[in-house]
Design a protein around this ligand. Structure first.
Ligand code: AMP
Ligand code: ZN
Length: 111
């Protein structure tokens, strides 16, 4: 738990979020400012400020294995996954999160 971290607070239920999935290690919730018809975030409950700080292969596996599981439950099998690492890459919340977006066409390369 990192003080003043909004995603730690969501993981700890200190502030409300539209949770769509939860297990021992991870939480997923809808993005407040969706960039696609489906746009949710998957986070580890444990605080890592970015992917650069993720020191556990097990946690890496926990995070990524829930994505196809949630997608399947939602009936989607085509989606974009994004991790922004550092402000230059567009990271604004410094608690590791994976964006999962679906429901429209996506262009490449990302802007
Ligand atoms: P990033 O720019 O990659 O750090 O992504 C941060 C994302 O978190 C943005 O897409 C925001 O819309 C989203 N976000 C910020 N605060 C909240 C919140 N309280 N609940 C849900 N999503 C949030
Ligand atoms: Zn945090």
């Amino acid at each position: 738990m990192s003080e003043n971290c909004i995603f730690c607070k969501i993981a700890n239920k200190e502030i409300p979020a539209n949770l769509i999935y939860e297990d021992e290690n991870t939480v997923a919730f809808n993005d407040l400012n969706p960039q696609a018809p489906v746009h949710f975030l998957v986070i580890p409950k444990k605080h890592y400020s970015s992917l650069n700080k993720l020191d556990s292969k097990e946690m890496f596996g926990n995070i990524f294995s829930v994505i196809p599981k949630i997608a399947k439950q939602m009936g989607i099998n085509e989606y974009r996954t994004v991790i922004n690492t550092g402000s230059q890459a567009g990271q604004t919340v410094f608690h590791l999160h994976v964006h999962v977006m679906a429901g429209r066409n996506f262009t490449w390369p990302a802007g």
